[in-house]
Ligand binder design. Structure first.
Ligand code: NDP
Length: 434
C-alpha cells in the first residue's frame, strides 16, 4: 500500500535508495525482518506549525512552518531549514531522509532532520525577513536544542536568516549555545562554513576524476544555481584551473563562453549576496550571454555540477550532456537529477556522484562548527579546510568500498546508500525496536 501518495519527492528519494540497497539487503538478511527499512521511512517526529507575521504595511500573513526529525539513531537531529514557496511536507521528508544517510557518511555523530517554511524571502525587506524569522523561531525553539536538534541553512536561508533566528532563540531561552550552525563568525560561526558545500563538492569530484588520471585543469564545467553552493563550487573550480561555463537562477542561465573570470565571480557575489538581484541584470555585461528561461545542460561541457534544486536535470538533459562529451557529474544540490537521469549516467558509465555523498561537506563543517563551539575555540581556515578535504576523501573511499562493480566502475549511488545505511542500521539494531 502506497502511503502518502501526495509526496512524490519523498517516494523518489526512497525508491532511489531502496532499489540500490536491495541486493545488499538480500545478502545481509540481518537487516531484514526487523522493521529497519519501515522505521527509516517513517520520521521519528514531525512538527508543523503556524507562522504569523506582519509585513511593512501592517498586513498579517500566515505561513506554514515544519521540522521533520527523521532519525536520531547515531546522533542529534541535524539538517537545514529551507524557505521557499515550494516547501511542503513531502519535500522536507525527502530532504530529511537523504540527510540521515549523508550525515552518517561524514563519520560525525549526527542524526538527520530537515525543516523550513513555504515563506518566500524574495522581494521582502530586511525587517520583514527578521519578523518572519523571529516568529518562526518562537515556535521552533521549543523543539530544538544543542543536544537535540541543530538546524542550519538551505535554500533561502543564509547568514542573514540564521542571524535573526539565532538572536530570537537566545532571547527566548536565555542561553548561548550551538543550537544553529552557519552562524556568523562574530558569534560562534566556523571559518569555511559558507564555502564548505561548494568546495566539498569539487573536492569530491576531484577524487572521482583522479580515478581516471584526470583533474579539473582545462575542463569546461557547467554549474547550475547561483546561490551559496554554486558560488563556492565555481570559485574552487577556477582555483583548480577549470573553466566555469555557466551559473543559473530560476529566471535563466548565464553563459560564459570563455569561462568565468575572477572579476565576474566577485560581481556575482555582490549581485546575489549584497543586492539580492537576478542574473538577468548581467545580460548586458561583456563576455556573458544570458539565456532567459534556459537551464545550462545543453551547453557543451566536460563536467556538470547541478547546484540549484531537486529535479532540475531530467533524462533528456542527461542524454544531451553525455552526447556533448560530459564525463563527470557531481551533485551539489539535493536530488537535482531525476531517477531517469541517474539511470542514463550509470548505464553510460559516466562518473556520477549523488548529493548525499558530493554535498556532504556543508553538514560536515556544520559538525565541526558544533565541535568548536563545544570546545569554546576557533580553528583557522586552513585547519577546517584540511578536515573538510579529508572528510570528502573518506566519503569517496566509503563509496568505492561498497560501490565498485565487477567491471571496475564505481557506482557511487550504490556505494553511498550502502555505506550510510550500514552505519545507521547497525545503531538501530543495537538500540532495539524504538
Ligand atoms: P540558495 O538559496 O543559496 O541558492 C539556491 C539557488 O538555486 C538559487 O540560484 C536559486 O535561484 C536556485 N533555485 C532554487 N529553487 C529553484 C527552482 N525551483 N528552480 C530553479 N532554480 C532554483 O541555496 P543553496 O545554494 O544553499 O542550496 C542549493 C542546493 O544545495 C539545494 O538543493 C540545497 O538543499 C543543497 N545543499 C545546500 C547546502 C548548504 O550548505 N547550503 C548543503 C547541502 C546541500 P532563484 O534565486 O532564482 O530561486
Amino acid at each position: 500500500k502506497l502511503r502518502d501518495p501526495d509526496q512524490p519527492e519523498f517516494h523518489q528519494a526512497a525508491e532511489e535508495v531502496l532499489s540500490s540497497l536491495w541486493p545488499f539487503l538480500e545478502d545481509n538478511p540481518k537487516y531484514l525482518n526487523n522493521g529497519i527499512i519501515e522505521r527509516m521511512l517513517e520520521p521519528e517526529r514531525v512538527i508543523m506549525f503556524r507562522v504569523p507575521w506582519v509585513d511593512d504595511h501592517g498586513q498579517v500573513h500566515v505561513n506554514r512552518g515544519f521540522r521533520v526529525q527523521m532519525s536520531s539513531a547515531i546522533g542529534p537531529y541535524k539538517g537545514g531549514l529551507r524557505f521557499h514557496p515550494s516547501v511542503n511536507l513531502g519535500v522536507l521528508k525527502f530532504l530529511a531522509f537523504e540527510q540521515v544517510f549523508k550525515n552518517a557518511l561524514t563519520s560525525l555523530p549526527m542524526g538527520g532532520g530537515k525543516g523550513g517554511s513555504d515563506f518566500d524571502p524574495k522581494g521582502k525587506s530586511n525587517a520583514e525577513v527578521m519578523r518572519f524569522c523571529q516568529s518562526f523561531m518562537t515556535e521552533l525553539a521549543r523543539h530544538i536544542g544543542e543536544d537535540l536538534d541543530i538546524p542550519a541553512g538551505d535554500i533561502g536561508v543564509g547568514a542573514r536568516e540564521i542571524g535573526f533566528m539565532y538572536g530570537q532563540y537566545k532571547r527566548l531561552r536565555n542561553e548561548f549555545t550551538s543550537v544553529l550552525t552557519g552562524k556568523g563568525l562574530s558569534y560562534g560561526g566556523s571559518l569555511v562554513r559558507p564555502e564548505a558545500t561548494g568546495f566539498g563538492c569539487v573536492y569530491f569530484a576531484e577524487q572521482m576524476l583522479r580515478q581516471q588520471g584526470r583533474g579539473f585543469s582545462g575542463q569546461r564545467v557547467c554549474i547550475s544555481g547561483s546561490g551559496n553552493v554554486a558560488q563556492f563550487a565555481a570559485l574552487k573550480v577556477m582555483e583548480l584551473g577549470g573553466r566555469v561555463m555557466s551559473v543559473s537562477d530560476s529566471g535563466g542561465t548565464l553563459h560564459f563562453p570563455d569561462g568565468m573570470t575572477e572579476h565576474q565571480w566577485q560581481a556575482l557575489m555582490n549581485l546575489k549576496n549584497e543586492r539580492r538581484g537576478r542574473l538577468e541584470e548581467f545580460a548586458s555585461e561583456e563576455g556573458v550571454e544570458y539565456l532567459a528561461g534556459h537551464r545550462p545542460w545543453h551547453l557543451p561541457c566536460d563536467i556538470a555540477l547541478p547546484c540549484a534544486t531537486q529535479n532540475e536535470l531530467n533524462g533528456d538533459d542527461a542524454r544531451t550532456l553525455v552526447a556533448n562529451g560530459c564525463h563527470c557529474v557531481a551533485e551539489g544540490a539535493n536530488m537535482p537529477s531525476t531517477l531517469e537521469a541517474v539511470d542514463v549516467f550509470i548505464e553510460q558509465r559516466i562518473l556520477f556522484a549523488p548529493g548525499k555523498a558530493a554535498n556532504a561537506g556543508g553538514v560536515a563543517v556544520s559538525g565541526l562548527e558544533m565541535s568548536q563551539n563545544a570546545m569554546r575555540l576557533h580553528w583557522s581556515a586552513g585547519e577546517v579546510d584540511e578536515r573538510l578535504h579529508s572528510i570528502m576523501q573518506s566519503i569517496h573511499a566509503a563509496c568505492e568500498r561498497y560501490g565498485k562493480e565487477e567491471d571496475g566502475y564505481i557506482n557511487y549511488v550504490k556505494g553511498a546508500n550502502i555505506a550510510g545505511f550500514v552505519k545507521v542500521a547497525d545503531a538501530m539494531l543495537a538500540q532495539g525496536v524504538v
